[in-house]
Design a protein around this ligand. Structure first.
Ligand code: IMP
Length: 198
């Protein structure tokens, strides 16, 4: 088994990535194995920038093949906000951030409530010093109320027409099949299998 480090301490994201790597030749290691690695933060203005910074800093420090994800929600009616600032859109809990977003778009009519989850996964190899990035987008629309208890973040207010339910009503398998992170990670896995055959 080839080990890959996920440069994240977000347990929700870790769970999703663990589920996707199950049954592959890759074993996921988390930052729990490296308590001395400090949090890198998200200083860039793009998902790609933040994912690259996280993967390179953590990969260099640990000398492990490293993947990092940066992601967020982009709301059509808000010109793509909160985007890269999704985690910092409001202080408090995920529920507080969802409530603030629903309030901000309260006057946006049905038909104009489109939104997308956007993820970039960066893959860094500390031996070759090569960095690669993979992107995934999940389109949907914002409801006016919360639905479902699974997932995290903005999942309960994000309705997928493709699945006929919110992300928070999906099983982990269903969400991974259609989500931004699932799409980006599948692209990364394809390359990983080519580059590091077992
Ligand atoms: P970060 O990538 O750690 O900066 O976090 C991005 C933020 O975007 C999270 O805190 C969530 O609020 C939101 N987000 C990213 N991916 C998802 C998802 O799959 N579902 C719901 N919210 C998400």
């Amino acid at each position: 088994m080839k080990k890959i480090l996920l440069a994240s301490r977000n347990t929700d994201k870790i769970q999703e990535v663990v589920a996707m790597l199950k049954g592959t030749d890759f074993e996921l290691v988390t930052l729990d194995a490296f308590p001395d690695v400090p949090d890198v933060g998200e200083p860039a203005l793009t998902f790609e920038g933040n994912a690259i910074i996280k993967a390179m800093i953590v990969g260099r420090k640990t000398e492990m093949l490293t993947i990092a994800d940066d992601s967020g929600i982009e709301v059509d009616a808000l010109g793509g906000r909160p985007g890269v600032f999704s985690a910092r859109y409001a202080s408090g809990t995920n529920e507080d951030r969802c409530r603030k977003l629903l309030k901000e778009i309260a006057n946006v009519p049905e038909g104009e409530r489109g939104a997308q989850f956007h993820a970039v996964i960066a893959l860094f190899d500390p031996v070759s010093e090569k960095i690669r990035t993979y992107e995934g987008i999940q389109r949907g629309r914002l409801l006016r109320e919360f639905r479902g208890g699974n997932g995290f973040g903005y999942d309960p207010i994000f309705f997928s027409d493709e699945m006929g339910k919110t992300n928070a009503e999906m099983t982990q398998e269903e969400k991974n099949a259609v989500s931004h992170r699932g799409k980006a990670l599948r692209k990364a896995l394809e390359i990983l299998r080519e580059l590091y055959p077992v």
